[in-house]
Design a protein around this ligand. Sequence first.
Ligand SMILES: [Zn+2]
Ligand SMILES: [Zn+2]
Length: 130
Amino acid sequence: MKASCLCGGVKFEIEGQFEYAGYCHCTECQKFSGSANSAFGGLKKEQLTVVQGKELMAYYTKYPGSHVAFCSRCGSCLLNEKIDWDTTNIRLGLLDDATENEPNFHVYVAYKAPWHHWEDALPKFDELPE
Ligand SMILES: [Zn+2]
Ligand SMILES: [Zn+2]
């Protein structure tokens, strides 16, 4: 799969499929995305290659060991990861191709935006499940 930011400056290639995909409603994702939640897919770090625009990628450290990445030219949210974990969570809105792993759960629903209402049959977790 291929993925890119709004300006096209940052381009990714993804090997294989996501390990998991879901919606995160935590307050950090609300702020980072400027929206109600973030749709994300989890990858092993070696599945994700930056093929263009590495120099445009800027990082914000949320707390020691955990950062988010965004495009410094267009501001697109790119990914979040814990530095010593072997997985990275990329924002699904960046995908240029369809994915077989559509989001199939909601996490941090306890923190959802009070104005955001939706109905679906997917599992909902107040926090992060095991
Ligand atoms: Zn960009
Ligand atoms: Zn979140």
